[in-house]
Design a protein around this ligand. Sequence first.
Ligand SMILES: [Fe+2]
Ligand SMILES: [Fe+2]
Length: 206
Amino acid sequence: MHAVGSAEELRAILLTRGCERYTGEPVSHLEHALQSADFAERAGAADSLVVAALLHDIGHLLTCHSGTPSANGIDDRHEMVAAACLARLFESDVREPVRLHVAAKRYLAADPVYRRALTEDSLRSLQLQGGVMSAEERAAFEREAHAEAALRLRRWDDAAKRPGRVTPSLTDFWSRVERLALRSSPGRNDHNQPSAKATQTAQSSL
Ligand SMILES: [Fe+2]
Ligand SMILES: [Fe+2]
């Protein structure tokens, strides 16, 4: 596990492992990423949220787990893996919706209508990820600066599992990834960078 150092490295990961089947769903990782980003773009989301949608599950591709981890009772903590690995490349408006997209599912799952619409794998992983949020957890989630963006991303994520759906290509989205990655040049004083403690906590859970 290492921090991703460039947009080119991200692209290589998506192109080499993106063809793998997305955990327990009828699409590949790359199809799921492209459909998520396409929904974000069609909803008029900011470029940072389109890029977050595109990369939200990159953590699955940065772990050693293959197949469907949840079927083996494993929570791969992919949202924390991704947030830690993207820390050098993107600012908080990309990183934080990615980090929070699993919490957003736990938040939304308090609604039985939302819960019933989840796929079998998503329901199974929900239990491994902590289940439905308590009232206290929901209140804490609502205080997150990027909670609203994470909830929007989550809705697109849940919908982005349609086999054969036509989307723009990775190349069509890539100029935005490169531009936003360039914002976080080395030495830049980003006040939104995660604290050392938060990064340490995430990495210790990998
Ligand atoms: Fe995810
Ligand atoms: Fe996803």
